[in-house]
Design a protein around this ligand. Structure first.
Ligand SMILES: Cc1cc2nc3c(=O)[nH]c(=O)nc-3n(C[C@H](O)[C@H](O)[C@H](O)COP(=O)(O)OP(=O)(O)OC[C@H]3O[C@@H](n4cnc5c(N)ncnc54)[C@H](O)[C@@H]3O)c2cc1C
Length: 467
């Protein structure tokens, strides 16, 4: 049963990167989203921390989506209904309270009437307004406050940009700005400011702040100078936070908190929607798993909490790089408190980008390439312990390898199953033979992913090169 109400205020224009496609397909909504007629983007045009404009195309010709959040919600709700969910589109949840025999009572208002329903499991997806964080668990800011001021602009017959499907993004001393296309003629243009540094007020003063800030940009200002401003600007809180203790099931009341209700990462990441969908997807899998196999409930809830932490940590790592770049170009003002923030470390999630530049992994890669006959041995003290993983639509326990570099265990890297790799490696004396043997024993992977995983296995003490 899905209880929701129309989101308040005008809808945001949001960018979804091509990397969302896999998740959308997994949820079963990719075709519907592709049929919805959203603008398909080929990348970003960026002016970030320098005066130079940089065109960043998505890898391998991938296409993202530029969409109005209200239109995306329509598609998602339609698909949820078609998949069998009981959808209440005008239900305002007022309270979620634990009931003594387990589960929760949800009280909601629908067309003027208060109703109640008891549910063994609840997934809270109420976004920033956060019904669960309102009823107890604290929400902590994870960075300086940010406010988004948003306006819609029109230029006919089109915008005369090198690539009109692109999100245009620019940093400037007072913050950053972006422009996202909603159609051939309309774009939403947003400035992100620190409200404690900028005098932001309502009404005509908001319009003035918006125009003043746009005037301080370069690329975005040029875009709007020949365009027509439609309506009035409006503001949205975009400050980052985490809701403490709410990312896991809370004992017998069994509530999972997903998406913005759990945490908000700076919109610069462009991953808010993907993060929300990924956590709701995993929450649904956790609930399903616990319903069909009560014994998996504890490990599945811990897995959910760990995945949420890892996802937020990964996004914050990426953001930190962008913030540092901007902070070095605009040392005072908005950016001075944003580069070099505390970045969460999570042991359970291998950071593939960091591993690629890891000295031991690079040395292992060089050694593998330099050795014509590859004799690999399993490192003797690698332990195997069961840890949760997602298989199809279930959380199940599967063996992980425990080594000092991955104390929480590791099973997959770049889709390569390291337990299979460790089994087959000693029996083959060169990389092509080992690659073929691996692909015969496990779902096939590309040679790039295979070599990357092999280098990690050798560099991080799972396999060693013999004489
Ligand atoms: C300025 C700005 C720009 C952004 N740009 C991007 C972008 O380009 N790309 C991107 O991926 N992300 C972007 N984000 C982030 C993105 O908007 C969010 O991360 C994402 O929408 C989170 O989805 P959600 O479903 O968790 O929450 P929400 O989108 O907030 O959805 C919550 C839903 O719950 C409903 N609801 C709330 N309370 C109740 C209640 N009590 N009863 C019933 N229903 C309720 C609301 O009506 C709403 O429909 C941006 C955010 C901001 C602020």
């Amino acid at each position: 049963m899905l209880l929701t109400r129309p989101a308040p205020g005008p809808p945001l224009a949001e960018s979804l990167t091509p990397s969302c496609a896999k998740l959308l397909a997994q949820i079963g909504v990719l075709d519907a989203i592709n049929r919805a007629g959203f603008v398909r983007s080929t990348g970003h045009t960026v002016r970030w921390g320098t005066d130079a404009e940089r065109v960043e195309r998505f890898a391998d010709g991938g296409l993202g989506w530029q969409l109005s959040r209200a239109d995306l919600d329509k598609v998602l709700l339609r698909e949820a209904k078609a998949a069998g969910a009981l959808v209440h589109r005008h239900a305002s949840v007022r309270a979620v309270t634990a009931i003594p025999r387990g589960g929760s009572r949800i009280s909601y208002e629908e067309r003027g009437r208060v109703r109640h329903i008891d549910a063994p499991w609840v997934i809270d997806c109420t976004g920033r307004s956060g019904i669960m964080s309102r009823s107890g668990s604290a929400r902590a800011p994870t960075g300086p406050r940010t406010i988004a001021i948003v306006g819609t602009w029109e230029r006919r017959p089109h915008w005369h940009l090198a690539d009109e499907s692109h999100t245009h993004v620019e940093s400037y001393p007072g913050g950053w700005a972006w422009s996202v296309p909603l159609s051939r003629t309309r774009r939403q243009v947003t400035v992100m400011l620190d409200p404690s540094r900028t005098d932001v007020a309502r009404g005509s003063r908001l319009r003035l702040t918006y125009k003043e800030e746009l005037a301080r940009t370069t690329m975005i200002r040029d875009m709007t100078e020949r365009a027509k401003f439609l309506g009035s600007p409006w503001a949205r809180d975009a400050s980052p936070y985490e809701s403490a203790g709410s990312v896991r099931g809370r004992g017998r009341d069994r509530v999972l908190v997903a998406g913005d209700a759990a945490s908000f990462v700076d919109p610069l990441s462009s991953y808010g929607v993907k993060k929300a969908m990924a956590s709701a997807w995993l929450a649904a899998i956790v609930v399903h798993s616990a319903l069909v196999d009560p014994a998996i409930e504890g490990p599945a809830l811990e897995f959910f909490a760990a995945r949420e932490r890892a996802m937020v940590a990964g996004l914050r790592r990426q953001l930190d790089v962008l913030a540092r770049e901007a902070a070095s170009a605009h040392p005072a003002g908005y950016w001075d408190a944003r580069g070099g923030s505390d970045v969460l470390e999570t042991a359970s999630d291998p950071d593939v980008a960091a591993l690629r530049t890891d000295a031991r992994v690079q040395a292992a890669f060089a050694a593998i390439r330099a050795t014509p006959t590859l004799v690999l041995r399993r490192v003797w003290n690698v332990k195997r312990e069961p840890r949760p993983v997602v298989r199809d639509d279930r959380v199940v326990l599967a063996d992980h390898l425990i080594v000092p570099a991955f104390p929480d265990g590791i099973r997959y890297i770049r889709s390569v199953d390291l337990t299979v790799l460790a089994e087959v490696a000693p029996a083959h004396q060169d990389v092509p033979a080992l690659f073929d043997a691996y692909n015969a024993a496990a779902p096939a992977v590309s040679i790039e992913d295979f070599l990357g995983a092999l280098a990690v296995a050798v560099g991080k003490g799972i396999l060693e090169i013999g004489g």
